[in-house]
Design a protein around this ligand. Structure first.
Ligand code: OOB
Length: 525
């Protein structure tokens, strides 16, 4: 259903190789919960709660029965907007158990994003908190339901127990079919949903565990928003659960909050984006107020980690660093834990699977032998198309995914990420679509034209700069006015422009109309 299939010969190959094993997420939790050795172990904890595998499995059954009683049916899409807390894991697995499809919204998403996602997914329900960090999520969910006809149920994640019902049999999902919808980092204004199957995603989780050394003794800290692909599955919380280890969910990734949990739960591993890795490193260099000596691996990914920072992380935090270059569409590259330190600190690693195929091409799709080029890939856990046929340009004629990332392969076989073509800004792991922000800016009456580009930032790596031609040059809109306008339009906070440069005109290239893409390149340069 709604998954662009892999070519049959590739699918056969992945099955024959034992990569796709016909297991579902629900099978995974059931087997851990019902296993006499794993059942009593702690599966998931947050600052307030802790659940064993057996408890989790049992509560998921009761919640699934409750969701079914509410009217959630197999294949229905359920939009989740849940912060890092135990209830996230309960809700996700209960949605799996009724054979419905989780759609992974982020707590920072606001009306424009959630409406877009709910509409594209035809979501029937939203599960979110009443309020979180001072924001009224109930009002947001109600606003989404008022605009998206398919949404019939609003479920309060703080009160899941009120739905609990006697467990019933919901049947078994087809492992080769759609399991959930993940969100793309986005290079356009239209939200693109990423259909992932049980087979493909669970393969990536198992393989990640092998590479990252995840076992039943692993305590994985979800410091980043857990709905994101990196803390979800690289190896993330699913890796830890698949291995029978423990997941600890931090309400905030800042050292003052996260390290308390690290100390209490003896956390062994976590994944961070570069700005957080810098904060953790600098805090530790000044002397940590908590005992974080249980940490043995810190992963950094989501955006390019500066080499200088990479070299400081291991010594400061007493850990092995692992760089992770991945994407919700599939491909994930890791430096290996035993790679030479120079490779770990200066590259973004290599694909997790021997079955991942990579090619580096120029802007015409022609192979590049030396030097940087655009990365394209296909493999056993990389999608062949977005949900509902969106974003066809992102796939080459033969179905390979065009990542948009500019990379270089070094002699060791590791990738070095050089940047992107300028279609989006990577603010320390949070992606801003230039096109989406430009569309918003153009809606402001004071803006005659706008081009959004990335400018270097010492902390975030990149930040957003909007070049604006004012409708009335005598009274150009200020940064504050523009930020308020974009926020009021319902965009997540991280998408507001960091700076605005008012210009009289955009650079001309002499020959007629200049494409926005070209303008972005000229202005960024
Ligand atoms: C991860 O996933 P997304 O979907 O939010 O963003 C993917 C994009 C990549 O195409 C690349 O542009 C950028 O994020 N990126 C990196 C990077 N890791 C991701 N750029 C440079 N260096 C890195 N290490 O961000 C994601 C998904 C799974 C695991 C890790 C990250």
């Amino acid at each position: 259903m709604d998954v662009s299939p892999w070519p049959p010969e590739l699918a056969d190959h992945y099955r024959a190789q034992g990569l796709w094993r016909g297991e579902t997420f629900d099978d995974m939790l059931r087997s851990r919960g019902g296993d006499p050795a794993t059942g009593p172990r702690i599966a998931v904890v947050d600052a307030a709660r802790r659940l064993t595998y057996a408890d989790l499995d049992d509560r998921v059954s009761r919640l699934a029965a409750g969701l079914a009683a509410l009217g959630i049916r197999p294949d229905d899409r359920v939009l989740l907007q849940i912060p890092n807390q135990v209830a996230f894991v309960e809700a996700v697995f209960a949605v799996f158990r009724v054979r419905a499809i989780p759609v992974f919204g982020l707590p920072a998403h606001r009306e424009a994003e959630l409406v877009g996602i709910a509409r594209s997914a035809c979501a029937v329900a939203i599960i979110s908190p009443r309020a979180h960090e001072g924001f009224d999520h109930r009002a947001l969910a109600e606003a989404v339901a008022a605009q998206v006809d398919s949404v019939e149920h609003l479920v309060d994640v703080d009160d899941l127990e009120s739905l609990f019902a006697e467990p019933v049999d919901h049947g078994r999902a087809d492992p080769s079919e759609l399991a959930f919808l993940q969100l793309s980092g986005g290079s356009t204004g239209v939200p693109k949903l990423i259909p992932r199957t049980h087979d493909d995603y669970l393969y990536s989780v198992r393989r990640s565990n092998e590479i990252c050394g995840v076992t039943a003794d692993t305590v994985y800290l979800a410091a980043l928003p857990v709905a994101h692909n990196f803390p979800m599955s690289s190896p993330g919380i699913l890796g830890a659960l698949s291995a029978g280890g423990t997941v600890a969910l931090a309400a905030s990734p800042t050292p003052s909050v996260a390290w308390e949990l690290v100390e209490r739960e003896r956390v062994t591993m976590t994944g961070l984006v570069p700005p957080l890795a810098r904060l953790w490193t600098e805090t530790a260099e000044r002397g940590a107020a908590f005992d974080i000596s249980s940490l043995d691996t810190i992963q950094v990914g989501g955006a390019r980690c500066p080499d200088e920072l990479a070299r400081r992380i291991g010594p400061a935090l007493g850990v092995t660093l692992q760089q992770v270059f991945g994407m919700a569409e599939g491909l994930v590259c890791y430096t290996r834990l035993d790679d030479p330190i120079d490779e770990i600190c200066t590259t973004q690693g290599r694909p997790m699977s021997d079955a991942d195929q990579l090619r580096v091409v120029d802007e015409h799709g022609e192979p590049v032998d030396v030097g940087p080029g655009f990365l394209e890939t296909q493999g056993p856990y990389t999608i062949r198309g977005y949900w509902a046929g969106a974003g066809k340009d992102s796939f080459a004629a033969d179905g390979w995914y065009r990542t948009g990332d500019v990379v270089e392969l070094n002699e060791y076989g590791n990738l070095v990420v050089r940047g992107r073509g300028g279609d989006r800004v990577n603010r320390g792991g949070e992606k801003v679509s230039a096109e989406q922000l430009e569309e918003q800016l153009l809606a402001h009456p004071g803006v005659w034209d706008a081009i959004v580009v990335a400018v270097p930032d010492p902390y975030l790596g990149e930040r957003t700069c909007a070049y604006v031609i004012a409708t009335d040059p005598a009274e150009p809109p200020s940064l504050a006015v523009i930020r308020r306008f974009v926020r009021d339009a319902g965009l997540a906070e991280w998408k507001l422009p960091d700076s605005v440069k008012v210009v009289e005109e955009f650079p001309e290239t002499g020959v007629g109309k200049v494409s926005r893409k070209k303008l972005r390149a000229i202005l960024a340069g």
